[in-house]
Design a protein around this ligand. Structure first.
Ligand code: GTP
Ligand code: MG
Length: 195
């Protein structure tokens, strides 16, 4: 994808606010602070278009970024952030669930996991949830600049094992500061959004 134009067209909290122009859509999901907004910025080649923060819980709405006049990337609020209230966590859960289960134009989900660690139970639940709805999935192991390359293969095996990774899905290593992996992510997105 050659990104010529990016527009944040909607920050939605419920289905009636989703854009209705029918463009294919890819969602980015993952734990709070894993790097979803940073990945979006790398994909669109801007440093700070999607707001990022070292404090978890930055993105609180479903943010629809329209790319050219072709598709949407959707930044999904992070899950698993312990310090939000129970009520807020339930609200986020419902918002994400409503989105993933009702959105007809959703063509696939990118699930980000922290490449340094074993996936958490929340990561496993999210991956299994998306599997259940038969949504094509790309698992992105991020923050790979934090671990030496000699350990990448081992990390990949351990992540796939914990997630019970489906061989039909895909896996990519990524680093935002090193600008590494975004081409592979785009290739996957293109393959899943072109008719
Ligand atoms: P929420 O919106 O809170 O769910 O978080 P998010 O998943 O959007 O994470 P965000 O992109 O805001 O990044 C969180 C922190 O991790 C920021 O301090 C980023 O600079 C940092 N970060 C993101 N990606 C990478 C990466 O590939 N490598 C390193 N070293 N840091 C990263
Ligand atoms: Mg974010």
């Amino acid at each position: 994808m050659k990104v010529q134009q990016v527009k944040l067209v909607m920050s939605a909290v419920s289905a009636k606010q989703y854009p209705s122009d029918g463009y294919p859509e890819i969602a980015l999901a993952g734990r709070s602070n894993v790097g979803k907004s940073s990945l979006i910025n790398r994909l669109i080649n801007r440093n700070r278009y999607a707001r990022t923060s070292s404090t978890p819980g930055k993105t609180q709405t479903l943010n629809f970024y329209q790319i050219n006049d072709e598709m949407y990337l959707v930044d999904v609020p992070g899950y698993g952030y312990a310090r939000v209230s129970k009520a807020d966590r339930a609200k986020f859960g419902e918002m994400i669930e409503e989105y993933l289960t009702t959105r007809k134009t959703l063509k696939g989900v990118v699930i980000l996991v922290d490449g340094r660690h074993e996936p958490t139970d929340d990561d496993v639940s999210m991956y299994q949830y998306v599997q259940y709805y038969h949504l094509p999935t790309l698992v992105v192991a991020t923050k790979m600049d934090k671990i030496p390359r000699s350990k990448w293969n081992k990390q990949e095996s351990s992540i796939k094992k914990k997630l019970q990774f489906n061989q039909k899905d895909d896996f990519v290593f990524f680093s935002a500061p090193k600008n590494f992996g975004q081409e592979a992510v785009w290739n996957w997105i293109d393959a899943h959004t072109q008719l």
